[in-house]
Ligand binder design. Structure first.
Ligand code: TMP
Length: 204
């Protein structure tokens, strides 16, 4: 079974997912946690390249294709084989990140991005996507405290606002796939929320 986690930068999905995966593993579930961009050796190299502040001249179109290329590599080498082997795969960011960030955030044609993605991804789609919902102005201080921000995180509040609006549009459009997690709570509550929603699907 394939699940994905989505949300703006600083929404807390990475922390929550680690807690939840440890808990599921302790309970005997065969689960792997992976992330995008990245997840395998080649895609992690692409990640460094895409996010490096030394590459400011990457165009929006190139950026979209690089994320999708990294995704293709990750799906082929890691996600699809693990799902085929019966594992639970939880991926921190996936195709909706490209629609939200490159489509809505960078003001590119969302339909065009989606059609390229569906060509590349074929049947490798998540069965559920957990959207960590928190408004961008609430995470500004969290992000600033992180230091060492990457090329995308440095885009600022207006960019994150467009990305957030993009996510809300996706949640509405794909309402049966998306589950909204209230991310405007303490870490433990967010993790519990994610755990409960995941277990609901696993026990079906
Ligand atoms: P991360 O910090 O959540 O690991 O993600 C790295 C950055 O890349 C984050 O700012 C979101 C961005 N991103 C995109 O813009 N498009 C994508 O398709 C993905 C997967 C991530």
């Amino acid at each position: 079974m394939f699940f994905t986690l989505e949300g703006i930068d600083g929404s807390g999905k990475t922390t929550a997912s680690k807690i939840v995966v440890d808990r599921l593993t302790a309970e005997g579930y065969d689960v792997i946690l992976t992330r995008e961009p990245g997840g395998d050796r080649i895609a992690e190299q692409l990640r460094k390249f895409i996010l490096s502040t030394e590459n400011p001249e990457i165009t929006s179109g190139t950026e979209s294709l690089l994320y999708i290329a990294a995704r293709k590599q990750h799906v082929d080498t890691k996600i699809a084989p693990a799902v085929a082997a019966g594992k639970i795969v939880i991926c921190d960011r996936f195709m909706d990140s490209t629609t939200a960030y490159q489509g809505y955030g960078r003001n590119q044609d969302v339909n065009k991005i989606d059609s390229i993605q569906s060509l590349v991804l074929e049947a490798n789609m998540p069965i559920k996507t957990f959207f960590f919902d928190i408004a961008p102005n609430k995470v500004v201080s969290r992000l600033n405290n992180r230091g060492n921000l990457d090329r995308l995180e440095l885009e600022g509040l207006q960019f994150q606002e467009r990305v957030y609006k993009g996510y809300l549009a996706l949640v509405k459009k794909y309402s049966s796939r998306f589950v909204v997690i209230n991310a405007d709570q303490d870490q433990e509550s967010v993790a519990n929320n994610l755990y409960n929603e995941l277990v609901k699907v696993l026990k079906k």
